[in-house]
Design a binder for this molecule. Sequence first.
Ligand code: FMN
Length: 408
Amino acid sequence: MSKYKILFQISGSIAAYKSAYLISKLVQNDFDVQTVASRSALKFIGRATLEGLTSKPVLTDQFQTGHMMAHINLIKWADMIVLAPASANTINKMANGIADNLITSLFLAYNFDKPYLIAPAMNSNMYEHPATQSSIKKLKSWGINILPVQSGYLACGDYGSGKMLEPDMIFEHIIASINKLKTGQDKKVLITSGATREKIDDVRFITNISTGKTASTIANHLIKQGISVIFLHSQGSILPESNCELIEFVSYADLKQKLFNLIESEDFDFVIHCAAVSDYFVEKIELGNSFINTGELLKIPSKFDSVKLYLAPTEKLIDKIKSLSRNKKVKLVSFKFSGAQKQEDSLSETLELFRKAGSDFVVLNHIKDRNKNIQNNFLIIDKEQKTISASTAEELAQQLTKIILQGL
Ligand SMILES: Cc1cc2nc3c(=O)[nH]c(=O)nc-3n(C[C@H](O)[C@H](O)[C@H](O)COP(=O)(O)O)c2cc1C
């Protein structure tokens, strides 16, 4: 099989040195890499490094003898185009159809038939500048895959957003894009994860033992297969290592609002509702002989002999997901964490999730299979009661990936 061909472009940013590592990683993983560098990029990284890593001359000049049609030929040659780092200048030129160097000319010759991945890298002000933000928005709307930036220490000495995504992360995105091409599918999945926190006062809350481990393992797996994931997670829970859109929630009410907003405004192919949502919230508090409403006191004083919390049941979010979803064909995966004594009782607990919530799949797991707060032994059940077992979260993630890509 011929090697996968990557046109790797570098523009003028201090982060250019990080691209040498990424290019080396691509070459070591058997990619055929051709580099193109802007004139400014060559002030940050040497031709010798790039040529040494790829065994091919670096192209810079549109009018280079012997490479006069490079702006057309290279774009046809490549299976995927990467621009990392992408400077503010290059991004803004691309979004405005300017073609005054090889990188920007290649972009105008590109007909959007293969993945084009951009990793911006710049100072926060340059990144947040309205010109750059509107260019990024425009390029995204054309289908260009603009990777997120990171926040952190920037070369200019500032601390803020605009830092290029770490090369290992960019590598993962490249692999995910290839997997997406291989499966020929463009799936979008919403995963909820972690435990809700129900407020008692400003310093105390009721929560549960969910850590977000199972959901983040599933997310990592899906992302690596090229599936787009939005990860709606509780505060402080485990996050996926692979890159995806992260949205944080705190309480039941917060999760409800964010979850419903997402499913009403975006088309998801699957919703995997793994979050451990509180069944009750603190409605009122009895302190001695008087009642107060939750949140009325910053901190309940320690002087009381008895404090009673009155809990009221929350509405089941799972029951609303299908009916509120913009995509009426969305598939719903719900989780049942059972404490029942007998297997048949655990199984019958899942029936409600099919009947009432319209789940397409239920993942059954049991409290007795939780060891050091790590959950094992999952049973995936479909509407026809066909089952697949998975002994670890990893195996569960693999099975769910298969279901999403191929069906059960
Ligand atoms: C030391 C130094 C560091 C720079 N770092 C960045 C950067 O990280 N991101 C950026 O967009 N521009 C940066 N610039 C400015 C660009 O190099 C400049 O806008 C240049 O014209 C970009 O050219 P190009 O887009 O054709 O590569 C830097 C300039 C200097 C001198």
